[in-house]
Design a protein around this ligand. Structure first.
Ligand SMILES: Cc1cc2nc3c(=O)[nH]c(=O)nc-3n(C[C@H](O)[C@H](O)[C@H](O)COP(=O)(O)OP(=O)(O)OC[C@H]3O[C@@H](n4cnc5c(N)ncnc54)[C@H](O)[C@@H]3O)c2cc1C
Length: 596
C-alpha cells in the first residue's frame, strides 16, 4: 500500500524525519545568506531547503542591481540618505528601524560579496560600479550587468558550499509545526519521490519568497512567489502586515498574445536598468508622456508613479495595439546597450527586435509584494523560534519599494536573523507528542487526500481564475465596490478549490494545488487590507479615496481570529532616528537633468 493510500485509510504513512538545529526554508539570497551567518557563528547543523535545485531560486531572476551607499560616483551619498530615500518612496509606512538596518549594513555587505567573488560591473579604475535607479538621490545601485541576482546567488552558493552548508533540493513545505506560541518544525514532501518529510528543528528561518504571482500579469516564475512564505507563517500563528501593497512594475513586456513565440513573455520584466541607462517612454502618438506626470524625474520617478502614468495612457487610448507603450533606448549605441543590458538585449534579439534600433513595448505587471510576515528587528515573528526574512518579511519597503532594495534586504536581514538565531538556538529540540496527533498526522491525511482528489475543477484553471480576479479587483486602480466584489468571488473560488482534479504527489498539478491554498490566504489579505485602507499611498491607489490621509500612517496587521477567519488590526508607524530625520529634512532628490 502506498503512503497516500495508507494515510487515506487511516493507517500511519511512512515518512522520513530530519533533525536539525536550524531549518532554513528557501534557497534564495535570503536563505543562503542566513545559513552562511549561522555556519560562520558556529551552528553546525543548518539545513537549507528549497522547491528547486539550490542554484535555481527565484533570486536568479533579479536583474538590475543591489543598493548600498558606496559612493563610487557620488561621495555625498551615505547610509542616512539611502534610508531617507527608502522612507520617502515607502511613503513613510516603512519600519524606520528595519530600513536603517539595511541601509547601514549595505556598504559592508557589498564589499564582502566582492571579496567572495561577486562579478560586479566595474568602473575604469576597478571600483564597484553604481548606476541610477528610479527615485534614488544618487547612483547607489551596484550591479553585474543585468544579471545581478544570478551573480549574487552564485556567489552565495559558492560560499555556502565552501563552508560545507548542506542543501536539500526539491522539497516542498506544506505546514509548519507550531502550537501558535512556538515553532517546532515543518511538514512537507520530497517533490521527486513523493515521500512525506518531517523536519524537527530548534528554529526555522522562513525565506520562501513573496506573493506577486497571485496576479496574472506578473514578472515572477509561475511556480514561485505564490505566497507560500506569508501563508505558512500566518497558519502557524504569525501575523501578516501591509499585504495590500503590491508593486506593479511599470515595464513588463507587452506582447501579441496570439503569437506563440511572444506569448510566454507576457508580463515578464524589462528591467528598470533600461530606464536607468537612459530609456525613454513614448505613447502610441509619439509623446514622451512622462513630461505630463513627472516633469522633473521623468522616467526615473518611483515605480508607482510611472506604472500609474503608463496605465493612464493605455486607459485613455494612447496605448499600442498590444496594450502597452514604447520604451526606447535606441539613442544609445549598440555596444553600450550590449555591455550594460546584455540579457535584455539578447532576449529581444532572440525575438527579432534590436533594442539599439527600435523601441520595445511595455505595460505594468505585478512584481513585488511589499507586505509579508510581521517581524521584530531581529526578523523574529510573534511565534517563538520562527523567523521570516527576504521577500517573505514585511517592513522595509513600506508603500512602495525602491528598485535594488530587495536584494539588499535579503543579505542584510539574512545576516541579522542568522546572528540572532545563532545566539539563541540550542539543538533541534523535540516536537511535542500532541502535535504529532493534532497536526502532523492530519497534515499527512490532507496531503494524501489532495493527491487522490478527482474533483470537478482543473487546478490550472482555478489558479488562472484567482490571478485574473486579483488583477480585475485589486489591480493598479482600486475602489471599495470592486474590492468587495473581489472578496465574494474569492469565497466562490474557495469552494472550487475544495473540489479539484489533482494529479499524483510528484506532479506539477499537485504542487499548484497546494499553492492554491497559499494563494487564497495571500489574496484574501491583499483584498481585505485594500478595503480597510481608505486612502491612496504609494502602490495602493483607491480611486474613491485618491488622497493620502496622514491618519493612515499606520500598518495593517492580519492574523487568524479566535473565532476563525482573518482579523485585522492597525498600529501607527514609529519615527526615524535623528540622523535619518535630518537626511529627510534635507530633501535630497535626483537631479534628473544630470542624466541628459
Ligand atoms: C524579474 C525580477 C527581477 C528583479 N530584479 C531585482 C533587482 O534588480 N534588484 C532587487 O533588489 N530586487 C529585484 N527583484 C526582487 C528580488 O529578486 C527578490 O525580492 C529576491 O530575490 C527575493 O529573494 P528571497 O531569497 O527572499 O526569495 P527567493 O529568491 O524567491 O527564494 C525563495 C526560496 O524559497 C523556496 N520556497 C518557496 N516556497 C517553498 C515551500 N513551500 N517549501 C520549500 N521551499 C519553498 C523557493 O524554492 C526558493 O528557494 C526582482 C524580482 C523579479 C521577479
Amino acid at each position: 500500500m502506498s503512503e497516500q493510500e495508507a494515510a487515506t485509510a487511516g493507517g500511519s504513512p511512512e515518512y522520513d524525519q530530519i533533525d536539525v538545529s536550524v531549518l532554513v526554508i528557501g534557497a534564495g539570497a535570503a536563505g543562503a545568506r542566513s545559513a552562511i551567518t549561522l555556519a560562520e557563528q558556529g551552528v553546525d547543523d543548518v539545513l537549507v531547503i528549497g522547491k528547486r535545485n539550490h542554484g535555481d531560486a527565484h533570486t536568479t531572476w533579479a536583474r538590475g542591481g543591489i543598493n548600498g551607499a558606496l559612493g563610487t560616483h557620488d561621495p555625498e551619498d551615505d547610509w542616512t540618505v539611502h534610508a531617507a530615500d527608502t522612507l520617502t518612496e515607502g511613503h513613510l509606512l516603512n519600519d524606520p528601524e528595519k530600513v536603517e538596518t539595511v541601509a547601514k549594513q549595505m556598504p559592508a555587505r557589498l564589499r564582502e560579496l566582492d571579496e567572495w567573488g561577486m562579478a560586479y560591473s566595474r568602473t575604469d579604475d576597478g571600483e564597484i560600479d553604481q548606476r541610477y535607479f528610479g527615485a534614488q538621490s544618487f547612483r547607489r545601485t551596484a550591479f553585474a550587468g543585468d544579471h545581478t541576482g544570478e551573480s549574487l546567488l552564485d556567489t552565495l552558493v559558492d560560499r555556502a558550499q565552501e563552508i560545507g552548508i548542506p542543501y536539500r533540493e526539491n522539497v516542498m513545505i506544506t505546514k509548519l509545526v507550531s502550537d501558535g506560541e512556538r515553532v517546532y518544525g515543518a511538514v512537507g514532501f520530497d517533490m521527486e519521490n513523493g515521500r512525506f518529510l518531517v523536519f524537527n528543528a530548534g528554529s526555522i528561518i522562513l525565506a520562501a519568497g513573496g506573493y506577486a504571482a497571485i496576479y496574472n500579469r506578473h514578472t515572477s516564475r509561475d511556480d514561485e512567489n505564490n505566497g507560500d512564505g506569508p501563508a505558512l507563517a500566518y497558519d502557524a500563528g504569525g501575523s501578516l502586515m501591509d499585504m495590500e501593497f503590491v508593486q506593479f512594475h511599470p515595464t513588463g513586456m507587452a506582447v501579441d498574445e496570439d503569437e506563440p513565440d511572444w506569448e510566454p513573455w507576457s508580463g515578464r520584466l524589462v528591467t528598470e536598468a533600461v530606464r536607468g541607462e537612459g530609456g525613454r517612454l513614448f505613447n502610441a502618438d509619439g509623446e514622451r508622456f512622462m513630461e505630463r506626470y513627472s516633469p522633473d524625474q521623468m522616467e526615473l520617478d518611483a515605480r508607482d508613479v510611472v506604472a500609474r502614468s503608463i496605465a493612464k495612457e493605455i486607459a485613455e487610448g494612447r496605448g499600442t495595439e498590444n496594450g502597452g507603450v514604447y520604451l526606447d533606448i535606441s539613442h544609445r549605441d549598440s555596444e553600450f546597450i550590449q555591455e550594460r543590458l546584455p540579457r535584455m538585449y539578447e532576449r529581444f534579439a532572440e525575438l527579432g527586435v534590436d533594442m539599439a534600433a527600435e523601441p520595445v513595448e511595455v505595460a505594468p505587471t505585478s512584481h513585488y509584494g511589499m507586505g509579508g510576515v510581521a517581524v521584530d528587528r531581529h526578523g523574529e515573528t510573534g511565534v517563538d523560534g520562527l523567523y521570516a526574512i527576504g521577500e517573505t518579511m514585511a517592513g522595509v519597503h513600506g508603500a512602495n519599494r525602491l528598485g535594488g532594495n530587495s536584494l539588499a534586504e535579503t543579505v542584510a536581514f539574512g545576516v541579522v536573523a542568522g546572528s540572532r538565531v545563532a545566539e539563541q538556538v540550542d539543538g533541534p529540540g523535540e516536537i511535542p507528542t500532541e502535535l504529532w496527533a493534532d497536526l502532523i498526522e492530519p497534515q499527512f491525511d490532507d496531503l494524501a487526500q489532495l493527491a487522490a482528489r478527482d474533483g470537478t475543477y482543473d487546478v490550472t484553471e482555478v489558479v488562472t481564475e484567482l490571478q485574473s480576479l486579483m488583477w480585475a479587483h485589486a489591480g493598479i486602480l482600486r475602489d471599495e465596490e470592486s474590492l468587495q466584489a473581489g472578496l465574494e468571488v474569492l469565497s466562490e473560488l474557495r469552494t472550487k478549490a475544495a473540489d479539484l482534479d489533482v494529479g499524483p504527489i510528484t506532479s506539477d498539478s499537485f504542487e499548484f494545488a497546494v499553492d492554491i491554498g497559499f494563494m487564497l490566504t495571500a489574496a484574501e489579505a491583499v483584498l481585505r487590507g485594500a478595503v480597510e485602507r481608505t486612502e491612496s499611498r504609494g502602490a495602493h491607489y483607491r480611486t474613491d479615496h485618491p488622497e493620502t490621509d496622514p491618519d493612515w500612517q499606520r500598518n495593517i496587521y492580519f492574523s487568524t481570529s479566535d473565532i476563525g477567519g482573518m482579523s485585522i488590526d492597525t498600529e501607527p508607524v514609529a519615527s526615524p532616528s535623528d540622523a535619518v530625520q535630518a537626511a529627510l529634512d534635507e530633501g535630497y532628490e535626483l537631479d534628473y537633468h544630470q542624466l541628459e
